[in-house]
Design a protein around this ligand. Structure first.
Ligand code: GEK
Length: 243
Protein backbone atom coordinates (compact mmCIF):
# COMPACT_ATOMS: atom_id res chain seq x y z
CA UNK A 1 0.00 0.00 0.00
CA UNK A 2 1.45 3.44 -0.87
CA UNK A 3 1.40 6.26 1.68
CA UNK A 4 -1.09 9.11 1.05
CA UNK A 5 0.66 11.88 -0.89
CA UNK A 6 1.53 15.20 0.74
CA UNK A 7 -0.26 17.97 -1.18
CA UNK A 8 -0.89 20.21 1.86
CA UNK A 9 0.93 23.19 0.37
CA UNK A 10 -0.33 22.74 -3.20
CA UNK A 11 -3.63 24.45 -2.29
CA UNK A 12 -3.25 28.16 -3.06
CA UNK A 13 -6.59 29.46 -1.82
CA UNK A 14 -5.85 29.47 1.89
CA UNK A 15 -3.07 31.05 3.93
CA UNK A 16 -0.95 28.10 5.11
CA UNK A 17 -0.39 29.72 8.53
CA UNK A 18 2.25 28.32 10.87
CA UNK A 19 3.18 24.67 10.52
CA UNK A 20 1.73 22.41 13.24
CA UNK A 21 1.67 18.64 13.64
CA UNK A 22 -2.10 18.36 13.21
CA UNK A 23 -4.31 15.57 11.82
CA UNK A 24 -3.80 16.73 8.21
CA UNK A 25 -0.01 16.49 8.60
CA UNK A 26 -0.26 13.09 10.32
CA UNK A 27 -2.25 11.71 7.37
CA UNK A 28 0.56 12.44 4.89
CA UNK A 29 3.55 12.37 7.27
CA UNK A 30 5.47 9.30 5.96
CA UNK A 31 5.30 10.67 2.39
CA UNK A 32 6.12 14.21 3.55
CA UNK A 33 9.23 13.33 5.54
CA UNK A 34 10.59 10.92 2.89
CA UNK A 35 10.23 13.54 0.14
CA UNK A 36 11.45 16.47 2.27
CA UNK A 37 14.40 15.20 4.32
CA UNK A 38 17.32 13.97 2.22
CA UNK A 39 18.85 10.88 3.80
CA UNK A 40 15.85 10.22 6.09
CA UNK A 41 15.63 6.47 5.36
CA UNK A 42 19.38 6.02 5.93
CA UNK A 43 19.32 7.92 9.23
CA UNK A 44 16.37 5.89 10.53
CA UNK A 45 17.94 2.56 9.59
CA UNK A 46 21.31 3.54 11.10
CA UNK A 47 19.53 4.72 14.26
CA UNK A 48 18.42 1.11 14.71
CA UNK A 49 21.97 -0.19 14.27
CA UNK A 50 23.47 2.43 16.61
CA UNK A 51 20.84 1.68 19.25
CA UNK A 52 21.45 -2.07 18.94
CA UNK A 53 25.16 -1.53 19.52
CA UNK A 54 24.74 0.67 22.59
CA UNK A 55 21.55 -0.63 24.25
CA UNK A 56 22.30 -1.85 27.77
CA UNK A 57 19.97 -4.57 29.11
CA UNK A 58 17.37 -3.31 31.57
CA UNK A 59 17.66 0.34 30.53
CA UNK A 60 15.40 2.67 28.57
CA UNK A 61 15.74 3.73 24.94
CA UNK A 62 14.04 7.09 24.53
CA UNK A 63 12.73 8.33 21.18
CA UNK A 64 11.93 12.03 21.59
CA UNK A 65 9.47 13.43 19.06
CA UNK A 66 8.64 9.90 17.95
CA UNK A 67 5.97 10.98 15.41
CA UNK A 68 4.62 7.80 13.80
CA UNK A 69 7.25 5.53 15.34
CA UNK A 70 9.74 5.13 12.48
CA UNK A 71 12.79 5.19 14.78
CA UNK A 72 11.06 3.00 17.37
CA UNK A 73 10.43 0.35 14.73
CA UNK A 74 14.02 0.56 13.47
CA UNK A 75 15.26 0.05 17.04
CA UNK A 76 12.81 -2.70 18.01
CA UNK A 77 13.80 -4.74 14.96
CA UNK A 78 17.16 -5.54 16.61
CA UNK A 79 17.43 -8.44 19.04
CA UNK A 80 19.93 -6.50 21.22
CA UNK A 81 17.21 -4.00 22.21
CA UNK A 82 14.76 -6.71 23.36
CA UNK A 83 15.47 -6.35 27.08
CA UNK A 84 15.17 -2.55 26.98
CA UNK A 85 12.07 -0.46 27.55
CA UNK A 86 11.42 1.66 24.48
CA UNK A 87 9.77 4.97 25.40
CA UNK A 88 8.39 7.27 22.69
CA UNK A 89 7.37 10.84 23.55
CA UNK A 90 5.53 13.38 21.40
CA UNK A 91 3.38 16.43 22.12
CA UNK A 92 1.07 15.91 19.14
CA UNK A 93 -1.95 13.80 20.16
CA UNK A 94 -2.72 13.18 16.48
CA UNK A 95 0.79 11.75 15.95
CA UNK A 96 0.67 9.62 19.08
CA UNK A 97 -2.69 8.02 18.41
CA UNK A 98 -1.63 7.08 14.89
CA UNK A 99 1.73 5.84 16.24
CA UNK A 100 -0.06 3.69 18.83
CA UNK A 101 -2.16 2.01 16.12
CA UNK A 102 0.89 1.36 13.94
CA UNK A 103 2.89 -0.17 16.78
CA UNK A 104 -0.03 -2.39 17.85
CA UNK A 105 -0.28 -3.62 14.26
CA UNK A 106 3.44 -3.97 13.49
CA UNK A 107 4.92 -4.94 16.87
CA UNK A 108 2.06 -6.47 18.90
CA UNK A 109 4.49 -8.54 20.99
CA UNK A 110 6.65 -5.58 22.06
CA UNK A 111 5.71 -3.57 25.11
CA UNK A 112 6.44 0.03 24.08
CA UNK A 113 5.49 3.02 26.22
CA UNK A 114 4.13 6.07 24.41
CA UNK A 115 3.88 9.30 26.39
CA UNK A 116 2.12 12.54 25.45
CA UNK A 117 4.12 15.55 26.56
CA UNK A 118 6.69 18.23 25.96
CA UNK A 119 10.15 16.64 25.79
CA UNK A 120 11.60 19.79 27.39
CA UNK A 121 9.41 19.22 30.50
CA UNK A 122 9.84 15.45 30.85
CA UNK A 123 11.86 13.67 33.57
CA UNK A 124 14.33 11.12 32.23
CA UNK A 125 16.04 8.21 33.98
CA UNK A 126 17.94 4.96 33.35
CA UNK A 127 18.65 5.70 29.67
CA UNK A 128 21.31 4.02 27.53
CA UNK A 129 20.20 5.40 24.15
CA UNK A 130 18.44 8.72 23.51
CA UNK A 131 17.15 9.54 20.04
CA UNK A 132 16.31 13.03 18.80
CA UNK A 133 15.64 12.54 15.10
CA UNK A 134 14.60 15.91 13.60
CA UNK A 135 12.92 17.07 16.83
CA UNK A 136 15.33 19.37 18.72
CA UNK A 137 14.92 21.85 15.84
CA UNK A 138 11.32 22.44 17.00
CA UNK A 139 12.22 23.05 20.66
CA UNK A 140 12.75 26.74 21.57
CA UNK A 141 16.49 27.46 21.37
CA UNK A 142 16.67 28.64 24.99
CA UNK A 143 15.31 25.26 26.21
CA UNK A 144 17.70 23.07 24.23
CA UNK A 145 20.64 23.03 26.66
CA UNK A 146 18.50 22.11 29.69
CA UNK A 147 16.94 19.25 27.70
CA UNK A 148 20.32 17.85 26.67
CA UNK A 149 21.59 18.16 30.25
CA UNK A 150 18.55 16.26 31.55
CA UNK A 151 19.21 13.49 29.03
CA UNK A 152 22.92 13.34 29.86
CA UNK A 153 22.11 13.06 33.57
CA UNK A 154 19.86 10.08 32.82
CA UNK A 155 22.74 8.27 31.04
CA UNK A 156 25.96 6.53 32.12
CA UNK A 157 29.39 7.16 30.59
CA UNK A 158 29.62 5.44 27.20
CA UNK A 159 25.87 5.66 26.46
CA UNK A 160 24.78 7.50 23.32
CA UNK A 161 22.56 10.26 22.05
CA UNK A 162 21.64 10.38 18.36
CA UNK A 163 20.79 13.89 17.19
CA UNK A 164 19.54 14.51 13.64
CA UNK A 165 18.70 18.04 12.52
CA UNK A 166 18.28 20.45 9.67
CA UNK A 167 21.38 22.61 10.05
CA UNK A 168 22.63 26.03 9.03
CA UNK A 169 25.93 25.96 7.14
CA UNK A 170 28.71 28.50 7.38
CA UNK A 171 29.47 30.84 5.69
CA UNK A 172 26.17 32.22 4.34
CA UNK A 173 27.18 31.43 0.74
CA UNK A 174 27.52 27.74 1.64
CA UNK A 175 24.20 27.83 3.49
CA UNK A 176 22.48 29.33 0.44
CA UNK A 177 24.00 26.67 -1.79
CA UNK A 178 22.76 23.87 0.51
CA UNK A 179 19.28 25.41 0.71
CA UNK A 180 19.22 25.55 -3.09
CA UNK A 181 20.35 21.93 -3.33
CA UNK A 182 17.68 20.93 -0.83
CA UNK A 183 15.00 22.69 -2.88
CA UNK A 184 16.33 20.89 -5.96
CA UNK A 185 15.93 17.61 -4.05
CA UNK A 186 12.32 18.51 -3.20
CA UNK A 187 11.60 19.45 -6.81
CA UNK A 188 13.00 16.10 -7.93
CA UNK A 189 10.64 14.47 -5.40
CA UNK A 190 7.68 16.09 -7.16
CA UNK A 191 7.06 19.23 -5.07
CA UNK A 192 6.32 22.38 -7.08
CA UNK A 193 8.15 25.68 -6.53
CA UNK A 194 4.96 27.05 -4.99
CA UNK A 195 4.68 24.15 -2.51
CA UNK A 196 8.34 24.57 -1.57
CA UNK A 197 7.94 28.31 -0.99
CA UNK A 198 4.71 27.93 1.02
CA UNK A 199 6.18 25.20 3.24
CA UNK A 200 9.27 27.31 3.84
CA UNK A 201 7.06 30.21 4.91
CA UNK A 202 5.03 27.97 7.25
CA UNK A 203 8.20 26.67 8.94
CA UNK A 204 9.70 30.13 9.45
CA UNK A 205 10.27 30.64 13.22
CA UNK A 206 8.85 27.16 13.89
CA UNK A 207 11.86 25.09 12.83
CA UNK A 208 15.05 26.86 13.98
CA UNK A 209 18.22 25.31 12.52
CA UNK A 210 21.60 25.92 14.12
CA UNK A 211 25.18 25.58 12.92
CA UNK A 212 27.30 22.46 13.22
CA UNK A 213 29.49 24.17 15.82
CA UNK A 214 26.50 25.40 17.89
CA UNK A 215 25.36 21.77 18.20
CA UNK A 216 28.75 20.35 19.17
CA UNK A 217 29.42 23.19 21.63
CA UNK A 218 26.08 22.65 23.35
CA UNK A 219 26.51 18.87 23.53
CA UNK A 220 29.86 19.35 25.30
CA UNK A 221 28.32 21.94 27.61
CA UNK A 222 25.56 19.46 28.45
CA UNK A 223 28.21 17.02 29.64
CA UNK A 224 28.76 14.73 26.66
CA UNK A 225 32.39 13.66 26.38
CA UNK A 226 32.67 13.24 22.62
CA UNK A 227 30.48 14.01 19.67
CA UNK A 228 30.85 13.92 15.94
CA UNK A 229 28.84 14.06 12.75
CA UNK A 230 28.37 10.60 11.26
CA UNK A 231 26.04 11.65 8.39
CA UNK A 232 25.19 14.68 6.32
CA UNK A 233 23.18 15.16 3.14
CA UNK A 234 22.98 18.81 2.11
CA UNK A 235 21.68 20.77 5.13
CA UNK A 236 20.48 17.73 7.07
CA UNK A 237 22.94 16.13 9.46
CA UNK A 238 23.13 13.55 12.19
CA UNK A 239 25.44 13.46 15.21
CA UNK A 240 26.36 10.84 17.72
CA UNK A 241 27.23 12.10 21.21
CA UNK A 242 28.85 9.83 23.79
CA UNK A 243 28.11 10.41 27.46
C1 GEK B 1 10.98 10.43 12.73
N1 GEK B 1 11.50 11.49 14.89
O1 GEK B 1 10.12 9.96 11.98
N2 GEK B 1 7.83 17.84 22.75
C2 GEK B 1 7.43 16.66 22.19
N3 GEK B 1 7.34 16.47 20.86
C3 GEK B 1 7.64 17.50 20.06
C4 GEK B 1 8.05 18.76 20.56
C5 GEK B 1 8.14 18.90 21.97
N4 GEK B 1 8.51 20.04 22.54
N5 GEK B 1 8.27 19.58 19.51
C6 GEK B 1 8.01 18.87 18.39
N6 GEK B 1 7.62 17.62 18.72
C7 GEK B 1 10.54 11.42 13.79
C8 GEK B 1 10.32 12.72 13.09
S1 GEK B 1 9.11 15.16 13.36
C9 GEK B 1 10.20 15.97 12.29
C10 GEK B 1 10.15 13.88 14.01
C11 GEK B 1 9.60 16.72 11.19
C12 GEK B 1 7.29 16.50 17.82
C13 GEK B 1 6.25 16.81 16.74
O2 GEK B 1 4.95 16.64 17.21
C14 GEK B 1 6.65 15.82 15.64
O3 GEK B 1 5.95 14.61 15.76
C15 GEK B 1 8.13 15.59 15.87
O4 GEK B 1 8.47 16.20 17.10
C16 GEK B 1 9.03 16.18 14.78
O5 GEK B 1 12.18 10.19 12.66
O6 GEK B 1 8.38 16.67 10.98
O7 GEK B 1 10.40 17.43 10.48
Amino acid sequence: MTDPRDTLYAETLTDPGLFTFNQAVVGVFPDMIQRSVPGYATVIAMTGLLAARHARPGTRIYDLGCSLGASIMAVARHEETRSCDIVGIDNSDAMLSSCRQTLQRELPERNITLMAGDIAQTTYSNASVCILNYTLQFVPVDQRLALLKALREAMEPGDILILSEKIELEPASMNNLMIDLHHGFKRAQGYSDLEIARKRQALENVLIPETRSAHTRRLHEAGFNHCDYWFQCYNFASLIAIA
